[in-house]
Ligand binder design. Structure first.
Ligand SMILES: Cc1cc2nc3c(=O)[nH]c(=O)nc-3n(C[C@H](O)[C@H](O)[C@H](O)COP(=O)(O)O)c2cc1C
Length: 217
């Protein structure tokens, strides 16, 4: 039988930052605005464009198939797989994840996808049981901040172009994360007034989510 845990107030938050635009990034700015309103919790950041992310090509990827078969990874790639496990363990050591990302070609910037591919392996963030896949990240809270030039918000004409927020929700569900909050900043291209309006709405949404999380304490 599945048990439901009430979401708790954040104590340790990992900000996974996927825009390489630094101070010019809208998604990063809205994420920082939310963080500034949480106060009194431990916060760490991983900038996926700057992080040391092991490659998953060549013989390395065979480790994934070994894990699926319930076998140890081959000795020649064990050190690299230990580095991958360290990324997954670090992610799971946080109760709250804040992922801020632009939309790139309808999906995620490749470095964020690389990070997701690194941490999503059997025995790390999910387990394969006789009854099916079980997410090992259950009980965590995720906040998604997605920016994009196009209006891909739910209900818009281009909503089906969204492989960014929709993809992140799909991935989070796969690894067991159910408490997910989304903020979109789009369209960021167009009339200045319209862009300012959606940006203001995103800051307001960040404030509302921060207030909701703080109120859980
Ligand atoms: C390589 C690249 C691809 C992009 N592809 C899309 C896209 O498919 N859809 C979209 O709405 N915007 C796209 N954009 C625009 C960015 O998502 C948009 O400028 C966003 O506001 C940037 O967010 P940031 O300031 O947080 O980096 C793309 C931008 C870049 C650099």
């Amino acid at each position: 039988m599945r048990t439901c845990r009430m979401p708790e107030a954040p104590r340790r938050l990992l900000h996974i930052e996927a825009s390489p635009r630094g101070a010019r990034s809208r998604s990063s700015a809205v994420a920082r605005h939310l963080i500034d309103r949480l106060g009194g919790i431990e916060i760490e950041r991983i900038d996926v464009f700057d992080a040391d992310l092991p490659e998953l090509g060549g013989g390395m990827i065979e480790g994934r198939y070994a894990l699926i078969a319930g076998e140890p990874v081959a000795p020649g790639i064990a050190a690299d797989w230990a580095a991958i496990r360290a990324h997954a363990d670090r992610l799971l050591s946080f109760d709250t994840w804040l992922i801020s990302t632009p939309m790139w070609n309808f999906g995620l910037p490749y470095r964020l996808k690389h990070y997701i591919d690194l941490v999503t392996h059997p025995g790390m963030t999910f387990a394969v049981e006789p009854t099916g896949v079980v997410g090992l990240a259950a009980g965590r809270t995720a906040i998604l901040v997605g920016s994009g030039a196009l209006d891909t918000r739910p209900g818009s004409a281009l909503a089906d172009h969204d492989h960014q927020i929709a993809y992140l929700r799909r991935w989070l569900a796969f690894i067991g994360v159910e408490d997910v909050h989304g903020i979109t900043i789009c369209p960021t291209y167009g009339e200045v007034d319209a862009v300012e309006a959606v940006t203001g709405e995103a800051y307001a949404a960040a404030e509302a989510i921060a207030a909701e999380l703080v109120a859980r304490a």
